[in-house]
Design a protein around this ligand. Structure first.
Ligand code: ZN
Ligand code: ZN
Length: 113
């Protein structure tokens, strides 16, 4: 965690999450009985009933496990082409095949035996 916040403590009745980027506490109003707003409940580890998992389409962001199906339909990453490494793997395989075909005939015979 960051050094001691320079801002005063969380405002009464507001989200208790300290936003490092803004150097102050979140000002969102949480649901009754909650310390954190919906945005920060998961980040603060307060809400254990809902599990956040990495998005299978883009591990750079997370999604509630119970909303994964819904998320996958609108995820920003779903339109993107396959990752580069996937294509590279295919190319590597094709290259190997070509190299075998370019081998001298003697080797080809050896293969037949
Ligand atoms: Zn908040
Ligand atoms: Zn996603």
């Amino acid at each position: 965690m960051a050094a001691t916040p320079t801002a005063p403590g969380p405002i009464e009745g507001r989200c208790s999450y300290f936003v490092e980027k803004k150097n102050r506490f979140c000002r969102m109003v949480p649901a009754a009985g909650r310390r954190f707003c919906g945005e920060h409940a998961g980040a603060a580890g307060e809400e254990n009933t809902r599990k956040r998992i990495l998005c299978p389409l883009d591990p750079k962001h997370t999604v509630y496990e119970d909303q994964l199906e819904k998320h996958l339909k609108k995820c920003n990453s779903r339109e993107k082409p396959k990752p580069d490494y996937f294509i590279q793997d295919i190319n590597a395989g094709l290259k190997d095949e070509t190299e075998i075909l370019d081998e001298p005939v003697s080797t080809m015979i050896h293969y037949l035996i």
